[in-house]
Design a binder for this molecule. Structure first.
Ligand SMILES: Nc1ncnc2c1ncn2[C@@H]1O[C@H](COP(=O)(O)OP(=O)(O)OP(=O)(O)O)[C@@H](O)[C@H]1O
Ligand SMILES: [Mg+2]
Length: 504
């Protein structure tokens, strides 16, 4: 018999059905006072849904919730807040054109004696205090739109702190954070835990879970699979439970002969961002680009793809010097670019999986403006199958897919264009191990088909696992180049941080 009293929260037999999907199938989930409880599972397993039920965003079809041993009806996000439940969402929900302070106290602004007036001085003073608890030295009067995503994430944490939450849900808070910021967040989490606050923590990074969590719950396909004390379980056990099968080799690698150069860049420079960058990419090669966040990797990709202009340099495709002045021209020359930001990338959230995947080829598959729906359907179904996109059907709205499956939809859209060179910027961010393995397999297959792939990634094991060759960028310059045989985490780190290998 389980002692109910140890639990601050117990969600019992929760069922949540969306049209065509049982997102939660009789899930029971309990959390103790002052624990950090990790929630893991593949994309679409039901993690966010379970937490949204707790935060009053999704109403369950059945089941009950106990908070502090009392049955509660949560019903709305406002009610959840008043019960001391705060959720930091996977897709950040701050309002870009309000200040940091306004965002923290949105709807709860301190007022002056005359009720109608907001006490701005007090608001910014309090905001400053919350931010300093997180070691964040930013002016709370800054507009959110002007701070990087990582700091926005911390603002969300500050917001959660400011409501004096008893339970804080963090849905993949570190997917956009640097190592340093992650460390700060973990320190904050431990500190909150010491104050008796319970943290429910969703992450796809298993190393993090072993570092920070006390217990871990695995969900799969809407079912509760297990809840374990972290020291009783291994990473392999967790992965097995998550995917329900043994994962094969995470990084498959075909040996593709590489003797034909598809893309060459000579002396690319752009202001202070890029400095005399030269490299080549062969047909069928996976070229990893490594470096710290802000080193210039994304800027390089944007310049290649014609989004940003550059001052000097020349680009050759299949040996011909080309000028790429816009993404449209880049596409017509056979380039594809999956950007790191899913939202900016132009996922049409309110449109269906089919519409999102086939928008890139709509013209080709239409006659006099009328699309050939059956062809579009066949094409979409091909990708759903090939990439294992979890969706009840091709008409599902993309906003209802889990994050990882949204990413696969975007990759499918690029693949439709049969690119010669595909640039992938952090393609597996926020993606579970199973889906990652699928994406790696896909990359390997594309390389096998002769596509040249540029893979920008901050995850060293990934870049080492998948690349034929890696170049390291630091402060806009190339500081190292390694063949697959020469690669190591140490070498990459050294070049990324200090600008070269110390030979002494
Ligand atoms: N509003 C919605 N309408 C329809 N289906 C939904 C909705 N929200 C979620 N789903 C579906 O419910 C299932 C669970 O989704 P959920 O977002 O909880 O997954 P997740 O475990 O958080 O995945 P990820 O790791 O990708 O974030 C998925 O199949 C998803 O497509
Ligand atoms: Mg989720």
């Amino acid at each position: 018999m389980i002692e109910q009293n140890n639990f601050i929260l117990s969600m019992e037999n929760i069922i949540k059905i969306f049209p065509g999907v049982t997102a939660l199938d009789d899930v029971t989930f309990r959390a103790e006072f002052g624990e950090i409880h990790a929630l893991v599972g593949e994309n679409g397993a039901g993690k966010s849904t379970l937490m949204k039920v707790l935060a009053g965003i999704n109403s369950p079809d059945s089941g009950s919730i106990n908070l502090d041993s009392e049955i509660v009806e949560i019903g709305s996000p406002g009610k959840a807040q008043s019960l001391g439940i705060s959720m930091i969402h996977q897709e950040l929900a701050l309002i870009p054109y309000l200040t940091v302070g306004q965002n923290i106290y949105l709807g709860r602004e301190p007022h002056r004696k005359i009720k109608t007036f907001i006490d701005w001085k007090k608001l910014y003073k309090q905001a400053k205090v919350q931010l300093s608890r997180l070691d964040m030295d930013i002016d709370p009067k800054t507009l959110v739109v002007n701070i990087p995503i990582a700091q926005q994430q911390m603002v969300e944490v500050a917001k959660a702190l400011s409501i004096n939450a008893k339970i804080i849900v963090m849905d993949e808070p570190t997917s956009a954070l640097t190592d340093k910021e992650t460390k700060i967040l973990f320190r904050v989490m431990r500190h909150l835990k010491d104050q008796g606050i319970t943290i429910l923590y969703i992450s796809h990074r298993l190393e993090e879970i072993f570092e920070i969590a006390d217990r871990v719950t695995v969900l799969r396909d809407g079912f509760h699979i297990s809840t374990s004390i972290i020291s009783d379980i291994s990473s392999d056990d967790i992965v097995k439970m998550m995917v329900g099968r043994e994962l094969g080799d995470l990084y498959p690698k075909k040996n593709v002969p590489q003797n034909e150069c598809v893309l060459e860049v000579k002396g690319l420079s752009s202001g202070k961002l890029l400095n005399n960058i030269s490299f080549h990419l062969n047909k069928g090669e996976v070229l990893g680009i490594s470096g710290l966040i802000g080193a210039g990797r994304t800027e390089l990709a944007r310049a290649l793809f014609g989004i940003d202009t550059f001052d000097h340099g020349e680009i050759f495709i299949n040996g011909d010097s080309v000028r790429i002045r816009s993404p449209r021209e880049a596409i017509s020359m056979g380039l594809g670019f999956l950007t790191e930001d899913r939202k900016e990338q132009g996922l049409f959230l309110g449109m269906s999986v089919r519409e999102n995947i086939t928008i890139s080829v709509l013209k080709e598959f239409s006659s006099f403006g009328f699309p050939f729906f059956s062809k579009l359907k066949t094409l979409t179904e091909k990708f759903i199958k090939q990439m294992n996109i979890r969706t009840p059907n091709i008409h599902q709205k993309v906003k209802n897919l889990s994050g990882g499956n949204q990413q696969k939809v975007l990759i499918a859209r690029w693949l439709n264009l049969n690119p010669r060179v595909l640039i992938l910027d952090e393609p597996t961010r926020g993606i579970d191990v199973g889906a990652k393995a699928e994406i790696y397999t896909l990359i390997d297959r594309l390389a096998g088909d002769g596509v040249g792939i540029i893979m920008i990634s901050s995850e060293l094991p990934e870049i080492i696992g998948i690349s034929d060759r890696v170049i390291v960028i630091r402060e806009g310059s190339i500081t190292g180049e390694f063949s697959r045989e020469e690669l190591s985490q140490d070498k990459i780190m050294q070049c990324a941080a200090t600008g070269g290998i110390d030979e002494s």
